[in-house]
Design a protein around this ligand. Sequence first.
Ligand code: V55
Ligand code: FE
Length: 486
Amino acid sequence: MTTPFPKTPTFMTIDEPFRFEGELFDLEVEGKVPTELDGWFFQVGPDPQYPPMMGDANPFNGDGIVRAFRIKDGHVDFQHRYVRTHRFNAERAARRSLFGHYRNPYTDDASVRNVPRTVSNTNIVPHAGKLLAMKEDGLPYTMDPFTLETEQMWDWNGNMKATSFTAHPKIDPATGDLVGYAYAAKGDCTKDIAYYTFDKQGKVTREVWFEGPHAAMIHDCGITEKYIVLPIIPSMTDLDRLKAGGIHFQWDASVDQVYAVLPRDGDAKDVRFFRAPNAFPGHVINSFDVDDKVYLDLPVVNDNVFWFFPDAQGKYPPPSALKTEIVRWCFDMNSKSDTPTYKIISTLAGEFPHIDDRYIGRPYRHAFLQVTDMSQPYNEAKAGPIMGFFFNTYTHMDMSTGQTKSWFAGDTSSTQEPVFAPKSPTSAEGEGYMMGVVNRRAENRSDLVILDAQRVDEGPVAVVKLPVRMKYGIHGNWVPASEFNG
Ligand code: V55
Ligand code: FE
């Protein structure tokens, strides 16, 4: 590499590019890794291979790199590998970056005009015997769960007609079906949405196309036994702006939150759009239906969370102006009104939720989040300045009462998305472990921290030590060994 990375916030502190691939066999453990745990904790996040062609980039533009923690018999083995996307391979061959701004193909080098430009950096999900590395601007790539070798761009054997697919599909625990959607499904900035269901062998079993109210980001979804819910974020897209070299998403404070609700066995004519005042609907905690009422739980922030996708004036709120409510929306499918009712479950600044995956789409009680607790100390002198996403606490939330138990990671640490692993396939909901990667910012390295999910306030049962720093990852999942017969 003949040019250095820029010294801008996207490339600084814990997010300095790491770019290292490899493995660490049998990580050092403090405490005891529960022997009931047998599976993988997979995560993916951005780690740009080359300095950005445009001089700077937002944190979502980096090449996807996957981490695998294989946990078995109280031991943890670790692997770290890039997703070999078409883009990664093209840039490696050229020894420089060839793709321009985030989701703006009009800023790319002419040599890659027909090369898929997704970086597969957002989520990693088991499906049809493979791992899918996913980003919502393109199709997934399949990876071998044992070696993390990238296999191919995945279009479900030629059956995926949309130009992209969400990074947040949901797996129905009763059937193993993978349920999801594409937005901008006919290409950048289109209003088209395609809802898909695939069975656990990867066969398309449902495909429904419809138009959204406007062209905007749809980042996550909720499923229930009978419905799928798509929160449409007021981060708008516009093809003319892209052609002029502008940003992909622009916050619009005059636009409502819109929730599209569609029966999973329905058609385009059955889609209902519910509206709520302008705000930022975040990641879905869970969703379920009771009679004809569809409930959706998620954090809703009062203003634009993405400072790198500002409004038309280039403005975005400072972190101190952002207020979170963990909301339970109720969409009454029998009501003629397009206004949902709601209940506020909590006002903690929690995000990156996970639940006991065996309860996806069903009434449930236990949620696991990371929280930004600004009442806790932060030792900037030792840990460095906070840039980008910042969380410092792991929290178990009882969704029936809003009561929480929390563990603060310390004044020189920050947390990454936690996941939940059940103790056994038959244990009660929420009985198991919460785990996540914690950055030890003063030591420039990270730990995998494992907590008893019902007693997170008692602190870790195991701290699995990494001698290296993990960049801020995006999403991941706990995958029981049985998923891949491993
Ligand atoms: C998100 C993340 C992305 C992206 C679009 O968290 C939305 C939301 C990591 O990439 O491209
Ligand atoms: Fe996400």
